[in-house]
Ligand binder design. Structure first.
Ligand code: NAD
Length: 290
């Protein structure tokens, strides 16, 4: 099976690599040349242009930073839909808003191309291990077509519903992740001011009622060693909270927790932490409490 992979970043690279390992013919493209070169070193076929990566593909995957980029890459003048072949299938693994996926789906359908949203959860480790949770929104025939790929890159595969419904559940999930992380950053700072070590808090909270996925996933690799490289970028978490706030505005659902959490990540970005893991939000409180 021929795969076109657009976006070879923290998630796209290990996803593409798993497909290469499974003997699929993967053509990868990224606007950053060093990412394309790194993909070639991992056994993939690196492409200089988007069109080269997608024109012969049976299935095209995208793992891109935000809805604006996804829409431009798909429907722009030299985008995927101008180069891919009729009857192929595009699966967007990025976290975007449902409206963006619905618009692209309509354009794709008019060109005889299958399109679905399939955002993922499980982070960089889940991408590397092929154990992602994948939330699929789209037509059932598209769901069947992409099974061979989904089974390689994910472990829990869920057909959520029509186009955009995978995006909807992903948006709700990441609202919770962002709110949890914002609360963890301030809670740990208070603990430290009260004389507790991070190690003590990790030991107790990880088996107490204050535990959460964010706490477990972020303590050992990031918060305990105080290193914030890799992981899930603050900019991306901030983007997801802004998408949730926009969805709340459209549906008249007040989201006060989300609004506060988004301000925490806004402040963290303004400190220069945008590319660091989202748990670097703790640096904000540490700075204020120096
Ligand atoms: P990333 O920034 O590491 O990777 C995105 C890649 O897309 C980069 O390599 C970038 O150069 C490339 N890119 C940007 N514009 C492009 C274009 N026009 N054409 C081709 N390539 C382009 O981000 P990531 O962490 O890999 O996240 C990708 C998506 O997955 C995001 O939507 C994110 O919210 C979502 N996500 C990330 C994680 C995580 O833990 N990192 C987990 C779940 C979901």
């Amino acid at each position: 099976m021929k795969i076109g992979m657009i976006g070879l970043g923290a998630m796209g690279m290990p996803i593409a690599q798993n497909l290469v390992r499974a003997d699929m013919e993967v053509s990868g493209y990224d606007t950053v040349l060093s990412q394309v070169e790194a993909f070639i070193q991992r056994g993939g076929r690196g492409c200089q242009t988007l069109s080269e990566a997608v024109r012969d593909a049976d299935i095209i995957l995208a793992s891109l930073p935000n809805p604006g980029i996804v829409e431009n890459v798909m429907t722009g003048a030299e985008g995927v839909l101008s180069s891919c072949r009729k009857g192929c299938c595009i699966l967007d693994l990025s976290s975007v808003d449902p409206g963006t996926s619905r618009r692209i789906y309509e354009t794709a359908r008019a060109k005889g191309v299958y399109y679905a949203d399939a955002p993922v959860s499980g982070g960089v480790h889940g991408a590397a291990d092929g154990t992602l949770t994948i939330m699929f929104g789209g037509d059932s025939d598209t769901w069947q077509m992409v099974q061979p790929v989904l089974k390689i890159i994910g472990k829990k595969l869920v057909y959520v519903g029509d186009i955009g419904s995978g995006d909807a559940i992903k948006l709700v999930n990441n609202l919770l992740l962002g709110c949890n992380m914002a609360a963890i950053a301030e809670a740990l700072t208070l603990g430290r001011q009260l004389g507790l070590s991070l190690e003590t808090m990790e030991e107790i909270i990880s088996s107490s009622s204050g535990n959460s996925y964010a706490f477990t996933a972020k303590m050992k690799p990031f918060l305990l060693p105080g290193q914030f490289e890799g992981g899930f970028a603050t900019d991306l978490q901030y983007k997801d909270l802004m998408l949730a706030l926009e969805a709340g505005r459209e549906t008249m659902v007040p989201l006060p927790m989300t609004a506060v959490a988004s301000q925490v990540f806004e402040a963290s970005r303004s400190m220069g932490n945008g590319k660091k893991d989202m748990s670097s939000a703790i640096l904000l409180w540490e700075k204020l409490n120096k």
